[in-house]
Design a protein. Structure first.
Length: 202
């Protein structure tokens, strides 16, 4: 449920600002709001956020940390059963597209914000388990293949399907999300199957 404007009085202002930022990103995009707008939405002084965030980018980084946690939970749900590395990689691609389709504001904060992640160690720490799970699968499948090229190809497949979904190319609603997610998973399996073609000279 969306937070009503001007209704914040007490509690955790930091979390309330993150909630407000998620709403604003959903309405205007990740670059379309300011700390002052988040303050006004909560009905607090425009100086209040600076007790928690040095600037707007730091607030966006906090949103991205939340996005990492939600995305990781979605990955865990999507790949909880023991599978071979190719199936786990396909499940990750599927989860990536579903996350884009169902959590668009969080997806944009995490993947389209343009943040210099070196400035935000908490964001790097939140991303690490996701990166580790992905690299574990890639490494297991890269025998005779460049792991970097395999990783890039799978990321391109997942991100490309997510972008097409958000652009409306698959239609609207739940069925569109599932169609895009399943296609991303199938393309990932096709990439794995033909991965030796990624290495020059083969």
């Amino acid at each position: 449920m969306a937070r009503k404007r001007g209704r914040y009085h007490h509690g955790d202002l930091r979390e309330a600002l993150i909630d407000a930022a998620v709403e604003l990103i959903g309405e205007r995009g990740v670059r379309g709001f300011s700390l002052a707008e988040a303050s006004r939405r909560l009905g607090v002084a425009t100086s209040a956020p600076y007790a928690h965030f040095a600037d707007r980018d730091e607030l966006v980084a906090a949103v991205a940390v939340r996005a990492c946690r939600r995305f990781r939970a979605q990955l865990v749900r999507g790949s909880s059963e023991p599978r071979n590395p190719a199936d786990r990689l396909a499940a990750m691609a599927r989860a990536y597209v579903r996350f884009a389709g169902t959590q668009r504001a969080l997806f944009e904060a995490l993947f389209s914000s343009g943040l210099d992640k070196r400035r935000y160690p908490e964001l790097k720490a939140a991303e690490q388990p996701i990166d580790d799970a992905f690299q574990e699968c890639v490494s297991a499948l890269s025998n005779g293949t460049s792991p970097e090229e395999l990783a890039d190809a799978v990321e391109a497949a997942a991100h490309g399907h997510a972008t097409l979904l958000l652009d409306g190319s698959f239609g609207e609603g739940y069925r569109a999300v599932e169609l895009a997610a399943e296609r991303a998973a199938r393309v990932t399996l096709a990439i794995v199957e033909s991965r030796r073609l990624l290495t020059p000279g083969r």
